[in-house]
Design a protein around this ligand. Structure first.
Ligand code: CDP
Length: 789
């Protein structure tokens, strides 16, 4: 599907239009939640548990309440009066808003102080005295699933163990048989540690209850305003906050990456405080609260087995996973897929037998299991298949590129039905890998590596040829809490031919104000600069499920094209009326209808818009607007091939990424510059967990990685010079052939880096290293082999 390029004035798809939102961002004029100040606004700060597991004996608020400016302390019993001390999670589990008598993880919310100033609220929080009786914490998920382990979620009456859920896909018996028959089997235990998004802006809200109107407005950092409004109505409907009385406004958001999808207790407490006190209440997390208490990502312990023939043909894949979900399953996964889209784990390879299973386990850690810039667990799946593919190559002494080429799903096999149930829409994997190999000079690098190895120098080359799965719906398979995962667009063309377009998604920096305008421009020929894009206000935007999992282009982007086409159909009728010809006598080119054979007789889209309000045919509704709720027939399957070259210092264990080539394919592209930016940012967020970021806990449940002192977010100094290129394989079912792209690089990069490191060390007998691959980890591995310099 090729897309005709409009001229630069219209700036439709394929133009690297400068981002419309950037002038305000780069001038510091963005309007984030913390920029909003309302008359009489109060501030909230939260007292958090120092223990991973403890009984609360007493909360003494007397000293806090004596501080001038402290107005109230809200605790569990206060909320219990309104039955608001518990809330559902978006995975249909339950979670405390504030505890009555027990805390279940370090940094859990214990009570909240409301004051006239931000720092008075903080002083108040310091002055609250909580008496705890520490209880033994359950930190290790393997101990938690062991027989006889104490049941952590004793609040749930049917819970007899610490399993949050068991989920599986594929045919177990068939896969066991194929695995037993395999000529070669490689097995790796791969751990993807707990990490946390570190958006520039932390989470926060201002809850503003207007008692005169009985209406609650919440300005909040949410990636999914409509879904949040529905959840609020479900939680607080019984105290009069029904859905039409709630307005969620998500203004500019400084990064989300999945961490701003869930409902956190802080939001609910701020709402309760505003309703009770009758004034606006602002709550903004600090960085440590954000890292320590908000939903984490990953924490997957995977046993991965790959069976093959001796010639390298992959025959069977089996993965068993223990997923540490912390105290509650608060992941943002579609209801039918509690382990997200993990069953995409056969990746880019034509595997005929596969089985995967996930046991999610409760522990005394913060709740969650959200994505960190990936489509519901696809990063875990890609890491598993791409690491084990390299293990197989090493075991067979085959080149990892040749092994991939041998096993790729072939172009003519698409649409491809995977053995784990997905129908891949389109793909062309071999040319993408070939392109990456040509750009990086693969053969020469292999020669250089052999030379270096002779001299004792450590150099590695790692490949990752990943397949992503993005764009949830379709609604028949995808819902969150029963709300179907379609998405929406509403376009209104004003009489003078300018337009406003509103969407159910919500940009957090991805550039929607620009790319959605370009879609309207492409479809209607109205210049993108004349199209105002709005998202994030539930009182004005059409209902949608929000932005995460790279779903905006596949869903709302598609809805935008469909709504624009409805408008174009109406404009055609108006043009025929104005030109006094039949509709079928008209030809369309972006921006104008002209009479076939008489091109001088034409009407522009702007003229049609004016006529829609001033001279429309009798019997036709006036106006020029359309809404579309797009339910995608399938997901989209972007892919890419990444190659990373590393040099390792055997004296210090430091890994240096020398080169990194990323060839991506997201089908037809709306804005090449924005896609490049998405890839660059995504690569950095792939480098981060590969080499730096990790959150871990000691035996008492104390967090390490809870501040930027020990949670290493890479800066420009650590980032290599990313080299990017692309291939184009359009999605056959998307209205303009696009696939999502926001997360491809975060998903694809970590295994390329990990594979490069292992490739440098394999000849020393080092067959696997878990990410993050820190200098210490490498140095210890080298030391164990007597190979340090
Ligand atoms: O849902 P999210 O916006 O995070 O992800 P996306 O749909 O993959 O889009 C990320 C950004 O890249 C948006 O501004 C898209 O419009 C743009 N994009 C594009 O220009 N062309 C594509 N084929 C896919 C995305």
């Amino acid at each position: 599907m090729t897309i005709a390029k409009t001229d630069a004035k219209i700036c439709g798809m394929g133009h690297s239009m400068k981002r419309k939102e950037d002038p305000r961002f780069i001038r510091g004029q963005g309007r984030y939640v913390d920029d909003i100040v309302l008359p009489g606004m109060l501030y909230m700060d939260i007292v958090r548990s120092p223990y991973a597991h403890a009984k609360i004996k007493k909360i003494d608020t007397s000293a806090a309440l004596k501080i001038p400016g402290v107005l109230a302390v809200i605790d569990g019993p206060t909320l219990a009066k309104y039955n608001l001390h518990w809330m559902p999670t978006i995975s249909s589990d339950t979670q405390m808003v504030l505890p009555i008598d027990e805390v279940m993880y370090q940094a859990q919310e214990v009570c909240a102080v409301i004051a006239t100033e931000r720092y008075i609220a903080a002083d108040g929080a310091d002055a609250v005295e909580v008496e705890y009786e520490p209880l033994p914490p359950m930190i290790d998920p393997f101990k938690s699933i062991a027989k006889g382990a104490p049941v952590l979620r004793h609040d749930k009456k049917d819970q007899k163990d610490n399993i949050a859920f068991h989920w599986e896909a594929g045919d177990r018996a068939d896969t066991d048989k194929a695995m037993a028959a395999a000529e070669v089997v490689v097995t790796e235990n791969i751990y993807l540690p707990r990490i946390h998004v570190a958006s520039m802006e932390t989470c926060g809200c201002i809850a503003d209850f207007d008692s005169a109107q009985g209406k609650l407005t919440v300005y909040m950092t949410t990636q999914a305003p409509h879904a949040i409004r529905t959840v609020f109505a479900l939680v607080a409907g019984h105290v009069g906050l029904s859905e039409e009385r709630i307005r969620i406004i998500s203004p500019d958001i400084g990064g989300g990456f999945g961490g701003k999808v869930p409902v956190y207790p802080g939001y609910v407490i701020a709402v309760a405080a505003s309703v009770v006190i009758g004034k606006p209440v602002k709550w903004i997390e600090d960085r440590m609260e954000n890292l320590q208490a908000d939903s984490f990502a990953r924490d997957y312990h995977m046993k991965v087995e790959l069976g093959a023939k001796k010639d390298g043909t992959m025959t069977a894949l089996r993965i068993k996973t223990i997923a540490d979900h912390g105290y509650s399953n608060a992941s943002a996964n579609p209801s039918k897929f509690p382990a997200g889209l993990f069953s995409i784990c056969t990746g880019s390879y034509d595997l005929k037998h596969a089985f995967c299973e996930v046991d999610a386990v409760y522990t005394n850690k913060p709740p969650g299991g959200v994505a960190y810039r990936c489509s519901f667990r696809v990063t875990e799946a890609v890491h598993a298949i791409e690491r084990i593919t390299d293990s197989l190559a090493h075991k067979l002494n085959m080149d990892p590129a040749a092994l991939r080429m041998k096993n790729f799903i072939k172009f003519e096999q698409f649409p491809y039905k995977s053995v784990l149930g997905w129908e891949y829409d389109s793909g062309n994997y071999a040319p993408a890998l070939k392109k990456a190999m040509d750009i990086i000079g693969y053969d020469a690098l292999r020669k250089e590596q052999a030379e270096k190895r002779k001299k004792g120098e450590l150099m590695g080359i790692g490949i990752s040829s990943f397949t992503e799965i993005v764009g949830a719906g379709p609604s028949k398979d995808f819902d969150i809490l029963g709300i179907k995962m379609f998405d929406s667009a509403e376009i209104r063309v004003h009489p003078t031919g300018k337009a406003i377009a509103r969407f159910g998604t919500k940009s957090q920096g991805q550039g929607h104000e620009t790319t959605y305008a370009q879609i309207v421009a492409q479809e209607l020929g109205i210049p993108a600069s004349d199209v105002q894009v709005e998202e994030g206000d539930t009182d004005t935007a059409p209902y949608g499920l929000g932005t995460y999992a790279s779903r905006s282009t596949p869903t709302s982007g598609a809805a935008c094209a469909m709504a624009a086409r409805k408008i174009r159909d109406k404009a055609r009728k108006i043009a025929a009326h104005l030109l006094e010809v039949k509709e079928e006598d008209l030809e369309w080119e972006p921006g104008k209808f002209s009479v076939k054979g008489a091109p001088q007789k034409s009407k522009t889209i702007q003229e049609c818009a004016f006529a829609a309000y001033t001279n429309h045919p009798q019997g036709m509704e006036a106006g020029m607007e359309a809404t579309h709720y797009y339910d995608p027939p399938n997901l989209t399957f972007p892919f890419g091939s990444y190659i990373c070259v590393v040099d390792i210092d055997s004296g210090t264990g430091v890994v240096k990424v020398r080169r990194f080539v990323a060839v991506d394919d997201c089908g037809n592209i709306i804005n090449p510059m924005i896609v490049d930016g998405q890839i660059h940012g995504g690569l950095n967020q792939g480098l981060a967990p590969a080499l730096y970021e990790q959150i871990s806990y000691d035996e008492e449940g104390n967090i390490t990685g809870g501040s930027f002192i020990d949670y290493y977010v890479p800066t420009s100094l650590e980032s290599p010079n990313w080299e990017t290129d692309k291939t184009t394989t359009p999605s056959p079912h998307h209205p303009f052939g696009a696939k999502g792209v926001g997360e491809s690089a975060t998903v694809g990069a970590p295994p390329a880096i990990a594979n490069a490191v292992v490739d440098a060390l394999y000849h020393l007998g080092i067959t696997h290293l878990d990410i993050p691959i820190t200098p210490e980890k490498v140095w210890q591995a080298l030391k164990a082999k007597g190979a340090t310099a």
